[in-house]
Structures are given as structure tokens and as C-alpha cells.
Write a protein that binds this ligand. Sequence first.
Ligand code: HEM
Length: 430
Amino acid sequence: MPRPPITPAPPLAEGVGLPWDVPVADAVAEIARARAAYGDTFEVRSGRDRYLFVFSPVGVESFYALPEEAASKGVADYLMLRRKLPDELFDGRRTLPGTLFRRDDVAHYLANLDRALVAAADELGDSGTVDVFALTRRLAHRMGLASWAGPGSADGATFDRLVRALDALDGAEAFVHPDAMAAVAASGKAAELAALAEVEDVLGAALARYDAGEREATGLFARIADAWDGEPSVVRRQGVARDVALIHVASMSNLAAALGWVLVDLLAHPAVLDGVLAGDRDLAERSALESTRLAQRSIMSRAALTEVELDDGRASYRVPAGTTIATLLPLLNTTAGPGLDSWDPDRWNRWKLADTGTLASPQLVTAFGHGRHSCPAQPFSLAAMTAAATGLLGRFELTPTWTEHPQPVPAQIGGVARSAAPCEASYRRR
Ligand code: HEM
């Protein structure tokens, strides 16, 4: 059956496709070309799906105001992530990533970050070379697994087994390498299912240790395990492992990459780095916001569950169920006003842009989102990036080997940019 149209009909971006459906050299450039040709509101038909992209000030404000019941971020995320993650990971979850940021939780995660920084420094030794993004990723894995994966999960061979399995499972690949998703589908997600089985195996052992009385500093893991109390042991073991896996995969979508960009940018701005290392936390947080803003590669999307109205300032569109409404941060964050293409932590004040006078809407620029779906992990993420940047660059003097600013993976459409090439720095302990 032909789908009902969007009315009035927005311009249709002829020949434009999205990278999980058709080969696209640069996913962001593809949408930028469509915007240049068709204006701030246009329709894209890709694969079997229909997208309404909006970029005008009123269009973006209307986008952030859409109610979840009618135009769902949760469903849009699921439709994206299921290209990579097996359905088994979504079914029956009892502790969800949105519930991780109570005040005590954050203090616990930050304490684990301190321990992870000590472990990272031990692994680095006195001098050598390191890929900055590999370093921040391993750090985030260790902090996360110490925070929610139970006894022993952040140490030794168990940690390395979990990192291997969780890197194979990694749901972010759905938007970092969308061009690889056809192969994932063709394999029946064999590698991902094997990785999930491995996670269940390793975390089963952690649960056994927890049940045997190793309960010290188990934090969130205790909450996850208790939610499965009373279930048959096979069900509980699998349920706990899958809750942890989904939380961990969600936590890895942005934070590690954003921290990598903070390091890259601080190394390029030695005067700011000096201020950060002298203990200026506010400057460190503003630097983290600024690096995150510039590295944003996110497609923000909402799946229409019923017919919804969307006003872009020139027309009010009736958007039928089944359509995805979207905007793309990299096409707004650096161009919505003058000077936004440069790195300047002073443009931030109390987690907001200090001067929005040159923007047609303050919502045209963001690091952590606007409105009801804005990131619940922002305070934690900024504290973690501050502590990690200070902890790493305070312990080690890093000298970049890259000569040009690193570039994002071209096919990436979602999340914080991953670097297209390794970013090696030589280091020596201070
Ligand atoms: C630098 C790190 C991070 C950045 C830049 C970031 C960015 C964002 C953005 C832009 C949104 C809004 C998306 C939208 O409106 O469509 C969001 C939502 C969300 N983020 Fe983060 N995030 C980060 C870290 C984390 C971490 C560590 C977690 C932990 C699991 C997390 C969990 C979530 C959740 C659950 C939502 C959805 C909230 C809702 O739908 O109400 N984020 N994030």
C-alpha cells in the first residue's frame, strides 16, 4: 500500500539516500547538498523509509518540542540501533540507561574513573606512543565496567575479555559505520550474538561472586541484580548480563569519543591547557562543551507513531505515522551564527552559550541536546571529561604526531565523531 504523503508536500531531495541504504561517501555532506539545493525543509526517501529533515529556526524548535507519545526518540533510536544490536538485547530490560544518574551514582562512577586513571597510567608506563582515542575508549570501558558490571569486571583478563566482546557488540557502529550494516544483516548478526553470549558468560561469573558475598562497592550492579531477584537462576543470569550490556553500550556511544576530542583540542591550545591543569574546573567544563559541540555528528530523529503537526515557520506539515522527522547537528552547530566554526571555550557560560544574540534560535546549537530528551548524563559527562582530561594531561606530557586537525569517519551519521585515522601522540610522564 502506498504510504500517505506529508502534506503540504515538502521538496523531495531527488537521488539522496542514507548510508545504511545506499553507498554514500560522506553522510553529512550528502544532507548538506540536499539542504543547499532544496532549502531548510525537505523530504528524503531512502530504502523503504521516508524522512522529513528540518533546519529552520522554527522547524528545529518544533522538532525539540515534539511529544514522545506521538513522535518517539526511543523508537527512532531503536530503529537505528537494531541494525547492529540483536533484538535479544532490547527484550525485557529491567534497568535502563536513563536511570543511571542519581546523585550517589555519579559520585560512584567518578571514583571509578579515578581508579581507571591510575590503571591507565600504569599501563602507559613512563613514555611511549598512544592513539588518543584508543586511550580514552579503554578508560571509559574500565570506568563503566567498574561502575555497573560487578565484581572483577574491570580487572585483568576478565576486563580484556569484556572489552573485546563489548567492542564487537557496540551498537554505535550502526551510526559510526552505517555502511557496514548490510553485512551485519547478511550475517544474521552472528558476531554480535557470539559477543552477547561471551558477555553473558563473563558476567555470569561476576554475578556468582556477588551472590557469594562480594558486595563491596558494587553500586549499580547491586540494583541491576536485585531487579532480577526471585527469577530462576538461568533467567536471572541472562537478564542481569543483558541489562549491563545495554547500559554499557549506551554509555559508550559518545563519552569516550568526546573525551578524545577534548584532549585533541586542549593539546592545540596550550594556554587553555595550562589553565585547566592549574585547576580551573569551569574552564575545563567549558572546553569539554566546546569540543563536544564541534565534534557533534548526531542525527537527531523522532519516529512518528501517529500523525503529527510540524511547523517550520513557513508551513505547518501534517506528517503521517511511519515517517522519521530529523535534523542534523553538524549542519547547525558550526554555521548557525558567525564564528561558530572555531574552538572557543569562552563562548559557554553555565552550560549555555553565553551570547545567543546572533542566533535565530538558541536551539540551533547544542552539545547535549534541548528539551525533554536532552542528555540526562550531561553533568556526569562534563565532570568525567574534566577529571579525565586533567588526570591524563596532568600526569603525561603528550606531543601529537598529527599535523592537521583529525577528521571524522566520513560515513558517520550520529553521535560524537570518531576519528577517521589513528591519532597517535608520543608521551612522557611529567
Ligand atoms: C559527552 C558525552 C555525551 C554526549 C555528547 C551526549 C549527547 C546526548 C544528546 C545530544 C542527547 C539528546 C538526543 C536527542 O534529543 O535526540 C542525549 C540523550 C541521552 N543520553 Fe547522552 N550524551 C553523552 C553521554 C551519555 C552517557 C554517558 C549516557 C549513559 C548511558 C547517556 C545517556 C543518554 C540517554 C539515556 C539519553 C536519552 C534521554 C531521553 O530520551 O530523555 N548519554 N545525549
